[in-house]
Design a protein around this ligand. Structure first.
Ligand SMILES: *[C@@H]1O[C@H](CO)[C@@H](O)[C@H](O)[C@H]1NC(C)=O
Ligand SMILES: *[C@@H]1O[C@H](CO)[C@@H](O)[C@H](O)[C@H]1NC(C)=O
Length: 453
């Protein structure tokens, strides 16, 4: 999304067209980082401790219930072979084929394989020899023993097909992602994209193929890459993380317009005893303190029509507490539980609440599923919404429309240790810090009319 950044000069807020000091600094930092990253990628061999996909992950697909090519089939891409592991472990197809939305999927064998995968000890002894019914079967879940050490999976949702999304991924790769990979052995970071669909396929296939071959950090979740399908991408991410033999202890779900600082994230998941919380953790930022609000205004991005969600159904969602989708962390037991519950509801829709199948917001669904486990969300000040400041305890910051332009500048502030000492600038908009309404108004002013991002 192109927009004109707004910066303050004296007390006056004005649109800038000529470069000013800050943008020159960011530009120079950007150039330095670009130069550094192209230097890095021109060298051969693994970069920044990246693990080879296709060997350390395995695949699973959703139940036979998955239809209309909209499901959760994961596709793990191997940078070495320029192929993706598709559906059955060891079965590789070229990435350009895997990106085709009509590539045949769920055969009986595939569905069987998915169950076998989920049955496997690698998903924390989740006993689902057949897809369990959701009713009263919480006993099926057993988390197993977790090591004291943290093995974190960071899944970043990203759009398949826009140049801006690719810019965001590259900015993240050049900054916080490579820093975390360099400094923390137990962390894996992947981008999650869905499929382009026939109308966009030709335009993007080469771009995705090249990017994927170069970076080896993209996972393609089956289904059309649309905002409405985001929930499939996110649950695909959790299925992917749960089925990895690495047995991650925690998973952070974030978006490609966020900045993550690992040491502060580790701080943020500590309990009162100073030790990391290994169980029953669902932590992040509750942007709506009163929970979910049913919106009946057709002009709103969050509009819910009466036909699909009549009042009695909609009321069940009103006030539901959830953590904002741009950044939340879960312990393994919570992740396994929500994956299991999600699969159960997909396999047995009659046991899901009536709003479940039509409802699209993944973060609210997550809040609901976690609540079913009896786990309370944990707010932490280190998770910063886009209208908050970037104080020194920032673990995950939602940059919103300022991504990716500010990422490289923030990285410089992080590595130079300025950010750990003080609050740094992380907005190009000028608004009253912490004031959502003011932020929203200023933001909407700079966005082109009708833009919803
Ligand atoms: C899994 O569940 C089935 C049916 O509920 C049961 O017969 C079986 O013993 C369980 N397996 C394990 C490993 O607990
Ligand atoms: C943030 O800065 C304050 C004051 O300079 C300092 O006391 C505090 O320890 C810093 N926080 C972190 C997480 O480093």
């Amino acid at each position: 999304m192109r927009y004109t950044p707004v910066l303050s000069v004296g007390r006056e807020r004005r649109r800038i067209h000529a470069p000013n000091v800050l943008s020159i600094i960011f530009f120079l930092l950007g150039c330095t980082m670009l130069a550094m990253s192209s230097y890095r990628s021109s060298k051969s061999g693994p970069v920044c401790g990246r693990s080879m996909l296709g060997t350390d992950v395995h695949m699973d697909v959703a139940s036979g219930q998955m239809m209309q090519g909209q499901g959760l089939t994961g596709m793990a891409q191997s940078s070495q072979q320029h192929m993706v592991q598709f559906v059955v472990a060891g079965n590789y197809v070229p990435i350009r084929d895997a990106l085709k939305i009509d590539l045949p999927t769920a055969t009986k064998e595939v569905a069987y394989h998915a169950r076998a995968t989920l049955d496997d000890s690698s998903v924390g002894r989740m006993n689902s020899s057949k897809y369990p019914s959701a009713e009263g079967r919480d006993d099926l879940y057993e988390p197993g023993d977790l090591d004291a050490g943290i093995k974190l999976f960071i899944g970043i949702t990203s759009d398949c097909c826009s140049n801006l999304a690719q810019e965001k991924r590259n900015a993240i790769r050049a900054t916080w992602k490579q820093k975390i990979e360099r400094e923390h052995g137990g962390v894996d970071i992947k981008f999650f994209l869905s499929q382009p669909g026939p109308d966009r396929y030709d335009k993007v296939v080469k771009m995705l193929e090249d990017e994927s071959a170069e970076n080896g950090d993209m996972i393609f979740v089956r289904g059309l890459d649309t905002y409405g399908n985001l929930k499939f991408k996110v649950f695909g991410m959790f299925k992917f993380a749960s089925s990895s033999p690495k047995e991650y202890t925690h998973v952070l779900k974030t978006d490609d317009d966020c900045y993550v600082r690992m040491p502060l994230l580790l701080e943020a998941i500590k309990g009162e005893d100073g030790k990391p919380i290994m169980r029953n953790l669902y932590g992040g930022c509750q942007e709506n303190p009163d929970g979910f609000k049913l919106i009946r205004d057709p002009k709103s991005k969050w509009f819910m029509p009466y036909e699909e969600f009549p009042d009695d159904v909609g009321k069940q969602l009103d006030g539901l507490k959830y953590l904002a989708g741009w950044g939340y962390i879960m312990s393994r037991d919570v992740m396994l539980y929500v994956v299991w519950k999600w699969l159960s509801f997909r396999a047995h829709p009659e046991q899901a609440p009536p709003w479940f199948s039509n409802f699209q917001w993944e973060d609210v669904i997550m809040g609901y599923l976690v609540e079913q486990k009896g786990v309370k969300l944990k707010e932490h000040d280190g998770f910063k919404a886009a209208w908050r400041s970037c104080s020194n305890n920032t673990a995950v910051r939602h940059l919103d429309i300022d991504a990716p332009s500010l990422v490289r500048g923030l990285y410089e502030q992080e590595v130079s240790k300025v950010w750990i000492k003080k609050t740094v600038q992380c907005n190009s908009l000028i608004f009253k810090p912490g004031d959502y309404d003011h932020w929203r108004a200023v933001r909407n002013e700079v966005l082109p009319a009708g833009a919803h991002v």
